[in-house]
Design a protein around this ligand. Sequence first.
Ligand code: HEC
Ligand code: HEC
Length: 213
Amino acid sequence: MQIRTALNFFLAPLLAAGLLTGASAATAAGDPEAGKAQALVCAACHGQDGASGIDPTYPNLAGQNEAYLLKQLRMIQTGERQILLMAGQLIGKTEQNLRDLAAYYASLPGKLGEAAGDDDSIRLAQGIYRGGIYEKGVAACSACHAPNGQGNAPAGFPVLSGQPKEYTIAQLTAYREGERKSDESFGGMMRGVAGGLTDKEIAALADYLQGLH
Ligand code: HEC
Ligand code: HEC
C-alpha cells in the first residue's frame, strides 16, 4: 500500500472531526412554518412529505439535517452544484428563504426503506460502511455518516439512510467521476472516498443504505 493512501485512510475521519467546530458556525435557525409555505412547488418533485420523490433519482429531503440542506440549496442556487431540473426553482430566493426551506425539511420525519440485496451484497456493503477498504484508501462511511446512517448534524454531514438506491448510485458515481464537486469546502472528501469504489461496491452500498438505521 502506498503511504499516501494510508494517510488518506486514517486522516480523513480526523480531518472531518476537525471541521466540526467551523461548520457549526454556519448553521443558523430558519423558520419551518415560513418554509412550509414555499415548499408547495417543491412537493411536485420531492413529494408532499418530502420523502416520496416522483422518481427514484430524486432525493428524500425529509429529516435531512438543516446545515447540509442549507449548504446544498445555496450551491444549487449559484450553480456550484448543477441540477438542471432545479435550475429555475430557487431564482429570486433570499438567504432567509433558503434557511426557512432547510428548517422546514429538517423538521419533517425521515422515511426508511429496505435493503433488497442478497446476503453477499449486504455483507460487502456493511464491511465497507463500517470498516472502509484499507487497500484502496476508502475511509469507513460510518466515521462521518454515523453507524446508523444518520450523518452528523452539527458538522453538516448528510443523513444517508432511507435515500432511494438510484439517487445514491447517481451521487456516488458523480463524485467518483468528479462531476459533483459540492464537497469542495470539505476538502473534496467525498470525491476522495468515491474514487476508490467500483460500480458493484457503489450498488451494494446504495442498496444497503435504503434500510440502514
Ligand atoms: C422539477 C423537479 C424538482 C423540483 C420542482 C424541485 N426539485 Fe429539488 N431536486 C430535484 C432533483 C432531480 C434533485 C437531485 C438531482 C441530482 O443531483 O441528481 C434535487 C435535489 C435537491 C436537493 C439536494 C438534496 C441532497 O440530498 O443533496 C435539495 C436540498 C432540493 N432538491 C431542494 C428542493 C427545494 C427546496 C425545492 C423547492 C423550492 C425543490 N428542490 C424543487 C428535483 C426537483
Ligand atoms: C471524511 C468524512 C466522510 C466519509 C468517510 C464519507 N463521507 Fe459521504 N459525505 C461527507 C460529506 C461532508 C458529504 C457532503 C458533501 C457535499 O456537500 O457534497 C457527504 C456526502 C455523501 C453523499 C451524498 C448525500 C446526498 O444526499 O446527496 C453520499 C451518498 C455519501 N456521502 C456516501 C458515503 C459513503 C457510501 C461513504 C463510505 C464509502 C462515505 N460517504 C464516506 C463526508 C464523508
